[in-house]
Design a protein around this ligand. Structure first.
Ligand code: CTP
Ligand code: MG
Length: 227
């Protein structure tokens, strides 16, 4: 089944500490964002990629896209100060039908198998998110004092892509915008509308490159995939 994807890439990568947008850092000699774009570009079911960028990085992205084989599928849209605004801007440039995915530019290791499953489940149920079971024991603490050990068996660590019927995501964003609600992912906006959200089990290596040590992990994942 066909789908379109919004790729937010308008952050500044503060926690990575490179001094510039972390998506320009290279893995295997190619900027991270091109690896992410390659996955969706190479998927015959993906018919449109909406790449959300900072306006003042337009020239850098335009030059980078010259190196992408999939540039014809990519439309550039300008983002906002928060990731949620960036996604909303992307949504307003999307085709108003079918299945829409949101996937962080900073997650280059997503597999086509997971994307396919997310599209299927979102078409059936309205909303589906990639996630992996939590491996560590999780405790809640206040001022460095433990107040609770959270039951782990029902906990999932959430990733992107997150997939929705178009109207489900648009309604959720409109509601969040009206009520000034901020969430750290799309599903948290969708949950508030009463829509059920399904989990599709993903891979532990679908990491988001966030802090400097993630670059070491990413290089190891890349080397393993090349073997
Ligand atoms: N993003 C975006 N618009 C924003 C903020 C983030 O499009 N205003 C994008 C980032 O470019 C990234 C994805 O959302 O691909 C996930 O965000 P995150 O990992 O937090 O990236 P940054 O916001 O760039 O990093 P940091 O929070 O450390 O500054
Ligand atoms: Mg951020």
């Amino acid at each position: 089944m066909d789908y379109q994807v919004i790729i937010p890439a308008a952050g500044s990568g503060k926690r990575m500490g490179a001094g510039y947008n972390k998506l320009f850092l290279k893995l295997d000699k190619r900027p991270i964002i091109l690896h992410t774009l390659d996955v969706f570009g190479s998927d015959q079911h993906c018919n449109k990629i909406i790449l959300v960028i900072q306006q003042d990085e337009k020239d850098i992205f335009t030059e980078l896209l010259l190196k992408s084989r999939y540039a014809s599928k990519i439309e550039i849209v300008y983002g906002g100060d928060e990731r949620q605004y960036s996604v909303y801007n992307g949504l307003n440039s999307a085709l108003n039908s079918g299945i829409i995915l949101v996937h962080d530019g900073a997650r280059p290791f997503i597999r086509l198998k997971t994307i396919g499953r997310l599209v299927e489940v979102a078409a059936e149920s309205g909303a589906a998110i990639a996630a992996v079971p939590v491996k560590d024991t999780i405790k809640k603490a206040i001022d460095l004092e433990v107040v609770e050990t959270v039951e782990r068996s029902s906990l999932w660590q959430v990733q992107t892509p997150q997939a929705f019927r178009f109207s489900v995501l648009m309604d959720a964003h409109n509601m969040a915008s009206k009520e000034d609600f901020f969430g750290t992912d799309e599903a948290s906006l969708v949950e508030r509308t009463g829509q059920s959200v399904k989990i599709v089990e993903s891979d532990y290596d679908n990491i988001k490159l966030t802090t400097p040590e993630d670059i070491y992990f990413a290089e190891a994942i890349m080397a393993k995939r090349k073997r």
